[in-house]
Design a protein around this ligand. Structure first.
Ligand SMILES: NC(=O)c1ccc[n+]([C@@H]2O[C@H](COP(=O)([O-])OP(=O)(O)OC[C@H]3O[C@@H](n4cnc5c(N)ncnc54)[C@H](O)[C@@H]3O)[C@@H](O)[C@H]2O)c1
Length: 304
């Protein structure tokens, strides 16, 4: 397929473009930042460029990952988020409809599901962790989340009005840099990321693979939204104990973890305030992340 990939110079784009090519797709990358994966240097906010690029290249599918994202909040104005993430998405959806594109995959974020109340609950003594599924009604707490949720609504509207098949992937974190000091384990970023694989993280390779699955399934799904995160060992019944004593829950799920962590000098978060449940993606998209917490433990065991 001839696939337009936005955000092709970014962290996800750089992993996804080669993967798509390996599968035999022809990838046209669009990004304002030049890179080896980017053939069209420009912005999705440039409506004429987007319409032209989609029609002139005979694009059959669009994977829309280009965006201003959470770390950009400190550098950009609210209006920049609306122009890039909302108007930019609308331009791509309109171009898809105008050119008869039959598959559209939108990279969204689990971040939009975290309301101020959920955030405050963690700091202020929530009694149980939030169990987050696609059923909840998001109330994003920042412009990033608001712009991504607005873009999701535009996707839904284009499916409704034009029958455009769209799959929205609310991906959990896969960025390499450290973030969220409330959780971070100061001594070890690897320790933090390992812990996060239990409830709020995936590898960039798995993020890329989820887009491949969505590309394949879009026509049969019509419209759907999926949380994409490493499989969680937790259950809704664990939510109270996750706040009170997360290490006890993890030890119940993985009896070897205390020994392996102790040997490495790692620690578990004392409290976990949310769990992203990726089971809908397993059931309807047929997608499960390859790498999870069990793999970390296997690697720690092998280090001996
Ligand atoms: N990294 C994460 O942990 C994470 C988590 C959830 C969702 N996401 C989403 O995944 C997608 C990719 O994120 P990433 O981590 O690769 O970020 P990134 O910043 O590395 O990549 C984003 C890319 O989008 C490009 N971009 C910015 N403005 C653009 C515009 N106007 N037109 C076209 N492209 C533009 C940037 O130049 C960049 O190359 C984003 O949509 C992001 O919101 C990321």
């Amino acid at each position: 397929m001839r696939v337009l990939l936005t955000g092709s110079s970014g962290w996800l784009g750089s992993a996804l473009a080669p993967r798509l090519r390996h599968l035999g797709h022809e990838v046209i990358g669009l990004d304002p930042v030049p890179s080896a994966e980017t053939q069209v240097v420009g912005s999705i906010a440039d409506r004429d460029l987007v319409l032209r690029t989609v029609s002139e290249n005979g694009i059959e599918a669009i994977i829309h990952s280009g965006a201003l994202h959470k770390p950009d909040i400190e550098r950009y104005q609210n209006t920049d988020f609306i122009v890039t993430n909302v108007q930019g998405t609308l331009n791509l959806l309109d171009a898809a409809v105008a050119s008869g594109v039959q598959r559209f995959v939108f990279t969204s974020t689990t971040s939009l599901m975290i309301s101020q109340a959920i955030r405050d609950g963690f700091k202020g003594g929530a009694r149980k962790a939030a169990w987050l599924t696609e059923e909840m009604s998001p109330e994003p707490r920042n412009i990033y989340g608001v712009s991504k949720l607005s873009a999701e609504h535009l996707c839904r509207l284009h499916h409704l009005q034009h029958g455009l098949p769209v799959v929205v992937l609310r991906t959990a974190r896969f960025f390499p840099e450290a973030d969220d000091l409330a959780y971070a384990i100061e001594q070890s970023d690897a320790n933090t990321k390992a812990n996060e694989l239990l409830f709020r993280r995936l590898t960039v390779e798995d993020a890329a693979e989820a887009h491949v699955a969505a590309l394949e399934k879009a026509p049969s799904l019509g419209f759907d939204i999926f949380i994409i995160s490493a499989p969680t060992p937790f259950r809704p019944d664990d939510c109270a104990e996750l706040i009170a004593d997360a290490p006890a829950v993890v030890a119940r799920c993985f009896p070897d973890y205390p020994r392996l962590y102790a040997r490495k000098g790692w620690t578990m978060f004392s409290s976990i305030d949310r769990v992203y449940d990726p089971s809908r993606a397993r059931e309807r998209l047929g997608f499960v992340c390859k790498t999870g917490f069990a793999d970390v433990l296997r690697a720690l065991e092998a280090e001996a």
